[in-house]
Each structure stands twice: as C-alpha cells, then as structure tokens.
Design a protein around this ligand. Structure first.
Ligand code: NAP
Ligand code: ZN
Length: 335
C-alpha cells in the first residue's frame, strides 16, 4: 500500500507527484484520510531549506484536517470516522519535565510532522494518536485547518503571557498567522492594532478585529504608535525595524516573535532597559493548549479566511504564499 502525495526533490524545487510506503500502523497510531491541508509559510521555509533541517524528498503540510480511517490496537481516544486535525508536532517523549508540565511543544525529543517524515500534502498520513485532535463540530474543515499551526502558534503566547481584556495588543504581519492573531486578541477583549506592510489589507484587518491599522512602511505612522502597546506579536518572516517596534511598547511591554526572520536582530540594551521591556519568542503550543484553542475558536467563531485549491495545484498555491498574495491562508483540498 502506497501513499500518494506531493514532494520537493531538493531546495527551491517545485513539488511533483510522489508516493511512499508507510511503516506498519503502530499500536498507538492512527491513519487519517486527508480532506484539507493549509500552506503555512514554514512549509515554504522547509521547501527552500532556509533552516538547514530539510530532508528530501520532502512532503510539506502540517495544517491537516481529515477523517480517521484506521486506528491502532491501543488507541481508545479515536475511532474510524472521527474528524481530526494534525499540526506541526507529531510526537514527544511524554516523560520529560516539559511533557509532564503541559509544555510538550518544548520536549527535546519532539518531532515535526514534515521534518524527516512525510507531511500533509497527501491523500493520507499516519501519526501518533496523541497528536491527532478531535475537531469541535462548530468548526468547518476549510476554516479550521489553519488553526492547527497558525492558530495555536498565535493563541499560545497570548495565553502564556497572561494577556487580559484591559491590554493593548499589536499584531505585526497580517498573513496566515496574523489574521488569526487579530481575531484571538479581539475575542479576549483586548484593544487590537494591526501593523502591516500592505495598506490594501486595512479594511480586512479591521474586520478581523483590529481597532487601528498602522502601515509599517510609513516611518511616521510607526513613530506615532510609540508607547502604545502592552504586547506585540510579530508574525513577519522578513527583517523589519525591530528598534522602532520596541519603541511602540508601553513600559513593561513585551515583543514576542513567532515569525522567523532571516537576519539577526540588533538592538541596543537601552531599548529594553528603559521601560523594562522584554523580547521573547514562542514555538507552536502543547497538546493541552491545542484542545483549549480549538474549543475557544468554536465558542468565539474564530475562523481562518482561506482560498481553496485542489491538491494538484499545490505549486500555484505555494507561489501565492511566497509572493504575499494569499488572503489569508491557501488551502489544498482533496475533496
Ligand atoms: P504569511 O501568511 O506569508 O504571512 C507573513 C506576513 O508577514 C505577510 O502576510 C506580510 O504581512 C508580512 N511580510 C511578508 N514579507 C514582508 C516584508 N518583506 N516586510 C514586512 N512584512 C512582510 O506567513 P505565515 O504562515 O503567517 O508565517 C509567518 C512566519 O511565522 C513564518 O516565518 C513561519 O515560518 C513562522 N511560523 C512560526 C511558528 C512558530 O511556532 N514560531 C509557527 C508557524 C509559523 P503584511 O502584508 O501585513 O505586512
Ligand atoms: Zn506552520
């Protein structure tokens, strides 16, 4: 039995049809028939080997929604026919201090679904059942798939850093991650500001939940935002003016990076010391947080805005992501 999918044969190569024989289904694994898979910018980083961790042939795809088709002998939490989602993480050791404290995303032995394994640009996938999440009925598959990576990646730092309704939250980069971050921060009751290099996104950013739109390409507009934010979440995958963004924080404010920019960040110590500011990062989110985020999304109507293409048009979809033309998540469909 082979699994049909799309793979890159080397860095920066277009994806082409590929098939592989999966390992026998483990006792704690499930097989999922994939209906939808989002395209995260991390897939583009992996295809291009930007991080030096890619293995080829590389089957990207880690915002997966599908239906369980087989369950291993020891799986009791899921059964054939259940609708599930799978994100970036495919396993963890389960016994280290991070796993035991609910931060299994930080487990040193954790594995990613499409690093050294084949991902979700495919008809099927096999995976540890602990990392297959049942989807609340209120979430439609087309709008929920991006929650599995983009959603958890922006929700988790908002919760980890104790964001509350009285706070002012800025989101930098209104793409796949950013448009969901605006929705989550708004649903948490915060005053939300969108920082974007694309003035054309203003109306939609306001509709996603921003009360204010700052065009970062206009230095005057960014300067006017000085001292305005308690928490800024940067989702951009480009080098921007970090010192100016730190300036936009209020005292005790935090700038949290989830977007992977290519260059180093150079800031003077004074930019943090005066005003007691912090610069930090965040990596996806653990299993408990994932369940919570899916429930929160169902309750508050958090939805990815997606553009759906058939799986066979994967290269057209990737091109749109690379050119910042996705509004706001490209989604591949098998149905
Ligand atoms: P995306 O949909 O392409 O969105 C990125 C946004 O960044 C763009 O929409 C754009 O927003 C902004 N941007 C792009 N090029 C820019 C430039 N040259 N200058 C300024 N802004 C620019 O990407 P995504 O899927 O949201 O992913 C974003 C980043 O997060 C990627 O680096 C990805 O690898 C990373 N990521 C990290 C984690 C984690 O666990 N930390 C998880 C998932 C993804 P505007 O048009 O509004 O400026
Ligand atoms: Zn991702």
């Amino acid at each position: 039995m082979s699994i049909h999918c799309y793979a890159a044969r080397g860095p920066r190569r277009p994806l082409a049809p590929f098939q592989y024989r999966p390992a026998p289904l483990g006792a704690r694994e499930v097989e999922v028939a994939i209906t939808h898979c989002g395209i995260c910018h991390s897939d583009v980083h992996l295809i291009n080997d930007d991080w030096g961790i890619s293995h080829y042939p590389l089957v990207p795809g880690h915002e997966i929604v599908g239906v369980v088709s087989k369950a291993g002998a020891e799986v009791d939490s899921l059964k054939a026919g259940d609708r599930v989602g799978i994100g970036w993480q495919r396993s963890s050791c389960g016994v280290c201090e991070w796993c035991l404290s609910g931060s299994d995303n930080l487990c040193p032995d954790s594995e990613a679904i499409c690093v050294g394994h084949h991902g979700g640009f495919a008809e099927r996938i096999r995976c540890d059942s602990r990392y297959c999440f049942p989807l609340p009925a209120a979430l439609g598959s087309e709008n929920a798939a991006p929650l599995l990576c983009a959603g958890i990646t922006v929700y988790s730092p908002l919760r980890h850093h104790g964001i509350t309704a009285n706070m002012k939250v800025g989101v930098v980069g209104i793409g796949g991650l950013g448009h969901l971050a605006l929705q989550f921060a708004r649903a948490m009751g915060c005053e939300v500001t969108a920082f974007s290099s694309s003035p054309a996104k203003k109306e939609e950013a306001l509709a996603f939940g921003a009360g204010r739109f700052v065009p970062v390409s206009d230095p005057k507009a960014l300067r006017r935002a000085a001292g305005s934010q308690d928490f800024i979440l940067s989702t951009v995958c480009a080098d921007i003016d970090w010192a100016e963004l730190l300036e936009a924080l209020r005292p005790n404010g935090k700038l949290c990076l989830v977007g992977v920019s290519p260059g180093d960040i150079r800031i003077s110590p004074d930019a943090l010391i005066a005003g007691q500011k912090s610069l930090c990062g965040s990596m996806i989110g653990g299993r408990a947080r994932m369940g919570e985020m899916l429930e929160f999304s169902a309750r508050h109507g958090i939805q990815a805005k997606t553009e759906v293409l058939p799986m066979a048009r994967v290269n057209d979809a990737i091109r749109k992501v690379e050119r910042n033309q996705a509004r706001y998540r490209m989604l591949l469909s098998n149905i």
